[in-house]
Design a protein around this ligand. Structure first.
Ligand code: CA
Length: 221
């Protein structure tokens, strides 16, 4: 199991990332200030760090610079506010492996985390399939039986989330945070709308409504 260190002082974002990564099988540790981020990363006990730039104590730039000065090779994905992306990229001086502008969707972060971890582990994840439905994550193509189906980016992300949790009931809130991100209004009916789109394209019987709980991807023979 890969171990991920999250350095983020905004509790809502830290919880959002922690929940999502744990649900995807990662062991997650959260710290909320720059000194702890540096100390934890220096232990060598983590495979990757998600690092916020605006941290109390010492900021993310300093944490990263100190780690690289110590020749610590931990892969780092930096989180930054959207309006300071340019400053951030300039300030990273090649010390970060990737960066993400806030707000971001969980699936975007997950894809980058997987990419930065051992490539042999990500290779086996290129095609997801369940009960006659197939998603190729490299070509972004969907197939139902021997028929190719065109999905929009959002439909694809929703289908991917269902396939990664095939047979499990996923609540609207879970789907919203996985596919749309933490900044989305929890009262929105966008999940129901997109489930309807997917049913139309993939077959209505494939996505079951579980009353009062959410939706579940079913196998269709
Ligand atoms: Ca912050």
């Amino acid at each position: 199991m890969s171990r991920i260190l999250i350095a983020e002082d905004e509790p809502r974002i830290a919880a959002f990332v922690e929940k999502g990564l744990s649900a995807n099988g990662f062991a997650v540790t959260v710290v909320g200030d720059g000194h702890s981020a540096r100390d934890y990363a220096m232990t060598g006990g983590f495979d990757l760090m998600v690092l916020d730039i605006g941290l109390p104590g010492v900021d993310g730039f300093t944490v990263l610079r100190d780690l690289r000065a110590e020749r610590n090779p931990i892969p780092v994905i930096v989180l930054t506010a959207r309006d300071s992306v340019q400053d951030t990229v300039a300030g990273l001086e090649g010390g970060a492996d990737d960066y993400m502008a806030k707000p971001f969707r969980f699936e975007e972060l997950l894809a980058r985390v997987r990419l930065r971890l051992a490539p042999e582990r990500t290779a086996e994840l290129t095609v997801l399939s369940h009960g006659g439905l197939q998603l190729d994550l490299r070509t972004r193509r969907a197939r139902v039986g021997d028929r190719t189906v065109d999905l929009s980016a959002r439909e694809f992300a929703l289908a991917e989330t269902f396939l990664r949790h095939a047979g499990q009931v996923l609540s609207r809130e879970q789907l919203l945070s996985h596919v749309w991100g933490y900044d989305f209004d929890p009262g929105s009916n966008v999940v129901d709308v997109y489930v309807r789109y997917l049913r139309r394209k993939l077959g209505a019987e494939r996505i079951a409504t579980v009353r009062g709980m959410g939706y579940r991807l079913d196998a269709v023979s």
